[in-house]
Design a protein around this ligand. Structure first.
Ligand code: ACO
Length: 431
């Protein structure tokens, strides 16, 4: 498609407006409607942003029809196979893969930001003992702005960078502490000699009473899961971070908003919902009943972990995770393979069903991630927290990109008002 201008014509109203085109390096063109309202008094209507590009970005590219996902141009399959999560984090944040020295420096920098301010720990005691870890995450991450006044000037690039490092480095510590609070165990401090992913497992599973050794299979699996979750362009939570940040809010508040958005079952909450669904289905013999429920428009049930706004083909992350799931279950000799067998069969049946074929509904990243987390001993209510840890670097990279964007404006959609027309106030005794 050439990037020739478009014309918006309404002959009855004598409207004829030429609209420019904005093009990226890959992907569809966009019709530039920025001045449409100013010049014509007409708005565009697009709830759910089905046809709207909200910004320019250089971070992640998705071709949903072809099942392609690239971070800064690198295919996700290559990063999953060859990279580490810290290297991917550097790539997302700074735009290029680091050389050895840059990576070492970055790793060191992140390690030295993993501890929490000691008084921040008091916040955990304020939460009910069985609070959902995501609820704790929203609160504690939001509260970080009360602790780091030294880096809150969002107009100072150095402050922005320090805040980015702090958010990324502290997220596993905050997440593991949320879990420890939830199970009434003491919060565990990070250990600087461990990798980012091993450190998280250490803070999750060790106790002060006995030594804990990180299982390298678990560390490798977490590394991969975090790479796959690291970014996904303008999804609901990232767009939430950008919208919050567009008002010049501080980055800790913006990321807390992103976590809140991620929690919903239509987004990151789906990994928890998939496990609940598989447990409810229980047996291969019940699959047909649940497929019928998913197809029944009168039934609210949806096949969790299936479908995606952008992917109308296999989510490339789901394909990678299916293989890893098999490997992790084999190596950890866990007793969850019946759930994996059930998931495989469910996927097979759905992929051969006309309803799913016509609507191009394929397994998404959440379909297999929960089974892996469970095999690693991570409980269901931590699944979305795991997603949040992995996605933090993406949120932070988008916030940094937005803050450096000269075109950045406060995000302020318009609406089509369908309420009452003007009416006069009626005193209460006359109503
Ligand atoms: N099960 C059954 N039917 C489905 C499913 C599903 N999982 N997903 C979509 N459909 C159907 C819809 O009912 C609709 O059918 P219709 O055209 O007959 O009305 C059609 O497919 C299109 O669905 P929409 O809801 O319009 O698609 P949208 O892009 O708005 O939603 C979403 C995408 C939210 C991911 C949806 O597919 C869904 O709810 N999936 C289950 C939850 C899930 O797995 N979420 C994780 C997403 S990935 C992520 O955030 C990491």
């Amino acid at each position: 498609m050439a990037d020739n201008p478009y014309k918006l014509v309404n002959e009855q109203e004598g409207l004829s407006e030429t609209l420019g085109v904005v093009s990226g390096t890959q992907g569809p063109h966009a019709v530039d409607v920025r001045k449409l309202y100013r010049d014509t008094g007409v708005l565009t209507y697009d709830p759910g942003f089905m046809s709207t590009a909200s910004c320019e970005s250089r971070i992640t590219y998705i071709d949903g029809e072809a099942g392609i996902l690239e971070y800064r141009g690198y295919p996700i399959e290559q990063l999953a196979e060859q990279s580490t999560y810290l290297e991917v984090a550097y790539l997302l944040l700074y735009g290029d893969l680091p050389n050895r020295t840059q990576l070492q420096k970055f790793e060191q920098l992140i390690v030295y930001h993993t501890m929490l301010n000691e008084t921040l720990k008091n916040f955990y005691d304020g939460f009910h003992h069985d609070a959902h870890p995501m609820a704790i995450m929203v609160g504690v991450v939001g509260s970080l702005s009360a602790f780091y006044h030294d880096s809150l000037d969002i107009n100072d690039p150095k402050h922005r960078e320090i805040s980015a490092h702090r958010l990324f480095a502290k997220m596993p510590t905050i997440a593991a502490a949320s879990y420890k609070h939830n199970i009434s165990e003491p919060i565990i401090y990070p250990r600087n000699e461990l990798s980012y992913c091993a450190n998280f497992l250490h803070m999750m599973f060790s106790t002060p009473c006995e030594p804990y050794e990180v299982n390298p299979i678990a560390e490798k699996a977490i590394n991969l899961l975090f790479i796959l979750h690291a970014d996904h362009e303008q999804n609901a939570s990232t767009s939430t971070v950008r919208l919050a940040g567009s008002s010049q809010a501080n980055p800790f508040a913006c990321i807390a908003a992103g976590i809140a958005s991620l929690w919903g079952p239509a987004h990151g909450g789906a990994n928890e919902a998939v496990l609940d669904m598989l447990t409810e289905i229980g047996d291969v013999s019940h699959i047909d009943k649940y497929i019928a429920k998913a197809k029944d428009k009168k039934d609210k049930f949806r096949l969790m972990g299936f479908g995606h706004r952008v992917y109308k083909n296999f989510d490339p992350r789901a394909g990678i995770l299916r293989e890893v799931c098999k490997e992790v279950l084999e190596k950890l000799a866990d007793n969850d393979s019946p759930l994996f067998e059930l998931a495989l069969r469910l996927e097979e049946i759905a992929l051969n069903d006309d309803y799913f074929i016509q609507r191009k509904l394929y397994p998404n990243v959440d379909f297999y991630s929960g089974i892996i987390y469970r095999a690693l001993g991570i409980p269901n209510n931590m699944f979305t927290v795991m997603f949040a840890i992995g996605r933090t670097i993406g949120w932070v990279a988008h916030w940094m990109e937005m803050m450096n964007d000269p075109e950045q404006k406060i995000g302020r959609p318009r609406q089509i008002y369908k309420g009452s027309p003007r009416r006069e106030y009626i005193p209460i005794d006359k109503r």
